[in-house]
Design a protein around this ligand. Structure first.
Ligand code: EPU
Length: 432
């Protein structure tokens, strides 16, 4: 088990390059197996969740050729099984996109129920609603989602809530269904648009992605394509907040500033300086920032995946802030850890009431999930003294070379084996 050891108190300064969007790449990799030609996908992030999905498609027979760390060629013509029931697949969320992809292409899919971060109950009823409307029979049996259809047909579907996962999954299957599908009340997130753009590059006919009505005309087959995944808005947002939290000055490169507007607005509101360029954004701060109220919402609202980083930043801001989580009911687990570092936060139901303290102090804390873990790293960078963040494997599921990118910005942190007490002593001795 690895952990990060951090000596806080140093502003982050310099430039950082943002990678491809994990949550878009997961949908795109699943979509890639729907063609029988080779597909080249570039700008995939080198993170654990992506490795797991690539291994899963390889294990059902797809050809997966790594061109380099960030590019892969996939050929789905050799798929010989629609059963995706591997232990490792249960650990990630994005594996559920294989249901839509396999159902669309082979009219049948048996995929292990997805895992992912424990941030709430995470039902899949809307995915099932989508598949059933397309004339598939779906059942949950022995830990598997089993979907099959003799005759996949387009349909008019009205989702009960905006779900990124259900929108993408239904869109995947509908691409190869007979006739037209209309998805209403669909999610508008950038990764829905990216997966739709990718499918269109493979010959699908999808219109309206990015609005709440998506129209899909089924086509008989998809062909090969070359595609570049969009930049990761959450990785970018995390570095934006880390820059502000440490009173730093960071140029965050390879981003789409439009996707970051909700974060930019909040940073400006509390007194940070944000400068937008065509494909970069600069964040700097000097002195203590102010308080605000934040509510997580679907896009273009404030993203739930940035809620822990925002709360952490506000834990040392002047005054009282309120953060309301409206997407996942269990996304405040990191708050107990922040409290160990001296934060004053009270969580009632889905709302955190934050009394900004003058400073955080280093402590041993444990990452409860991916984004909560990233937030604790930001806390460690702000805190006085040494912080140890345990369970970094959560963070590595979604952030590529996190400690390296932080180190390049001047962060005093290292990844060490938790059993290696010598390494911790050595680090403390080295950095004083
Ligand atoms: N929901 C339902 N029924 C469904 C599906 C969703 O009630 O069938 C509810 C959920 O419980 C939640 C809301 O709808 O309250 C939104 O869920 P959504 O389906 O949009 O989320 P997801 O597909 O499970 C993806 C990301 C999450 C991100 C959310 C929201 C992937 C693999 N995961 O999850 O990312 O928080 O969208 O944007 O794309 C992360 O990257 O750390 C992460 C958790």
């Amino acid at each position: 088990m690895d952990q990060y050891i951090i000596k806080g108190g140093k502003p982050l300064v310099g430039e950082v390059q943002i990678g491809g969007y994990k949550n878009a790449a997961l949908g795109i990799i699943a979509a890639a197996i729907m063609a029988d030609d080779t597909v080249l996908i570039e700008n995939i992030p080198a993170v654990k969740d992506i490795d797991i999905l690539l291994k899963a498609i390889e294990d059902i027979g797809a050809k997966v050729e790594r061109i380099n760390k960030h590019a892969v060629k996939i050929n789905g013509s050799s798929i010989n099984s629609v059963n995706v029931d591997f232990d490792y697949v249960r650990k990630i969320r994005g594996s559920y996109y294989l249901v839509g992809a396999l159902l669309g292409k082979y009219r049948q899919a048996n995929v292990a129920l997805p895992g992912g971060c424990n941030i709430g109950s995470r039902p899949i009823d809307q995915h099932i609603k989508g598949f059933e409307a397309l004339n598939a029979k779906v059942k949950i049996e022995h830990g598997l989602i089993k979907a099959q259809s003799e005759n996949l047909k387009g349909a008019h579907i009205y989702f009960d809530g905006n779900s990124v996962g259900a929108t993408i999954n239904t869109m995947l299957a509908a691409c190869l269904a007979e006739g037209t599908t209309i998805l209403e009340n669909s999610a508008k997130e950038p990764h829905v648009v990216d997966v739709a753009n990718f499918l269109n590059s493979m010959g699908a006919n999808i219109k309206g992605a990015g609005t709440d009505v998506i129209r899909i005309k089924g086509v008989p087959k998809l062909h090969g394509s070359e595609y570049v995944v969009i930049p990761d808005q959450i990785e970018a947002g995390t570095f934006m907040f880390a820059a502000a939290a440490t009173n730093g000055d960071v140029l965050i490169k390879n981003v789409i500033p439009k996707h970051l507007e909700a974060f930019t607005a909040k940073l400006l509101e509390i007194g940070a300086v944000v400068e937008e360029f065509d494909d970069a954004i600069r964040v700097k701060a000097g002195g203590r920032l102010g308080s605000t109220h934040v509510k997580t919402l679907v896009y273009p609202g404030f993203l739930t995946d940035m809620q822990p980083q925002m709360t952490t930043l506000l834990s040392v801001s002047k005054g009282t802030s309120i953060v309301t989580e409206s997407i996942f009911e269990n996304r405040f687990k990191y708050v107990d850890e922040l409290s160990r570092m001296g934060a004053s936060i009270k969580v009632e139901s889905n709302t955190a009431f934050i009394d900004g303290v003058d400073k955080l102090t280093g402590a041993v804390v444990s990452a409860p999930d991916l984004r909560g873990g990233a937030a604790l790293v930001i806390a460690g960078l702000m805190a006085e003294g040494f912080t140890i963040v345990e369970n970094v494997e959560y963070i590595e599921r979604g952030y590529e070379s996190f400690e390296y990118k932080m180190q390049q910005l001047g962060a005093v942190m290292e990844k060490v084996d938790s059993n290696d007490t010598k390494a911790i002593r050595k680090f403390k001795y080295k950095v004083g």
